[in-house]
Design a protein around this ligand. Structure first.
Ligand SMILES: [Zn+2]
Length: 232
């Protein structure tokens, strides 16, 4: 997710962990993803397409003002657990990446670390892990940083579920599909995003993302990358 109009599907350019792509509106209610496909997926074109504008994000029952202790509920992990919901203590999960001691070893690890960076207000890390190709790299850095800080202060990052991942493919791109539970002033801004990652010579970096409001998907846990692309 990039930072302009910081992280949520209602915004003009989308969400937090990926491009700020606004979810497309569907005429009917929740859509059911097609069944999980069998054999290996081919390279996935179409990631550059943007969905149409017009999102609707419904309220749900997740407590918007729940403290850190309730993150990743219902497991109710100790507060020291990493906000990326890995089940590991923060110190042994995303903290070394945030402190610059190590590079995330995979696209999934990087995505998790970006989510936990938003949750823990590690704004510099969010900026540092943008790929040079990311659209926010074309903008003044101070402006982007201000938007990241705004996002970390106004949004509550409650839970992360990684739904699917692939790559790197022959072009070096990896993808991660995830469900982020995010709230803003009592309103559910949760979304599902397909993020794209690539190595920039130093580490794996976030390149772009496409989102749908989570309320638009009947059964997020059953979603695959191929099924998500079919919904866009
Ligand atoms: Zn973590």
């Amino acid at each position: 997710m990039s930072v302009r109009d910081h992280g949520c599907p209602r915004t003009r350019r989308g969400g937090l962990l990926g491009d700020h792509v606004r979810p497309r509106t569907r005429p009917a209610g929740p859509v059911r993803p097609p069944p999980r496909p069998g054999p290996p997926r081919a390279a996935r074109p179409g990631l550059a397409r943007r969905p149409a504008a017009g999102a609707h994000v419904a309220l749900n029952v997740w407590p918007p003002d729940a403290p850190l202790l309730l993150r990743c509920s219902p497991a109710m992990p100790p507060a020291r657990d990493c906000p990326c919901c890995s089940g590991l203590p923060y110190a042994r999960c995303c903290a070394p990446y945030h402190r610059g001691e190590r590079e995330a070893p995979s696209a999934e690890a990087l995505m998790r670390s970006r989510f936990s960076a938003y949750a823990r207000k590690e704004s510099a890390y969010v900026l540092r892990t943008l790929h040079p190709d990311h659209e926010d790299r074309k903008r003044p850095e101070a402006e982007v940083m201000r938007e990241i800080r705004d996002a970390t202060s106004t949004l509550k990052f409650m839970r992360l579920d990684v739904l699917d991942h692939d790559g790197p493919d022959e072009a070096g791109f990896s993808h991660v599909l995830f469900h982020a539970r995010v709230f803003e002033k009592g309103q559910d801004r949760s979304f599902i995003e397909l993020s794209e990652f690539a190595h920039d010579g130093v580490g794996i970096r976030y390149r772009s993302g496409r989102q749908l409001a989570a309320a638009k998907v009947a059964d997020p846990k059953a979603l695959t990358i191929a099924a998500f692309q079919a919904l866009l």
